[in-house]
Design a protein around this ligand. Structure first.
Ligand code: SF4
Length: 85
């Protein structure tokens, strides 16, 4: 039986297993409350804009420092340069 490694709550990003961290991030997005979460079509539209943006680097927006997938997943969030609809 495979044992599941408990996530370290006091780790810096550089100390974490990158893959496990990204899985956790996507799981967090999946579990966002419906009142908070961006509708799927709008989420994909937002990410399509980020994909063409010069501020996107390795999943991070260099304008605000957020992971764009996380930022785009929250309905009330905005692009710092108002590039999202
Ligand atoms: S959030 Fe806005 S500024 Fe940041 S990468 Fe996306 S489109 Fe570009």
């Amino acid at each position: 039986m495979e044992t599941q490694k408990k996530p370290c709550l006091k780790c810096l990003l550089r100390e974490m297993d990158e893959r496990a961290y990204l899985e956790k991030l996507h799981r967090y997005i999946e579990l966002l409350d419906g009142d908070v979460k961006t509708a799927e079509a709008l989420y994909e539209e937002r990410l399509a804009v980020c994909k063409t943006c010069d501020y996107l680097e390795a999943g991070t927006c260099l304008a605000c420092g957020c992971y764009v997938e996380l930022r785009a997943a929250v309905k009330k969030n905005k692009c710092p340069y108002k590039k999202w609809q």
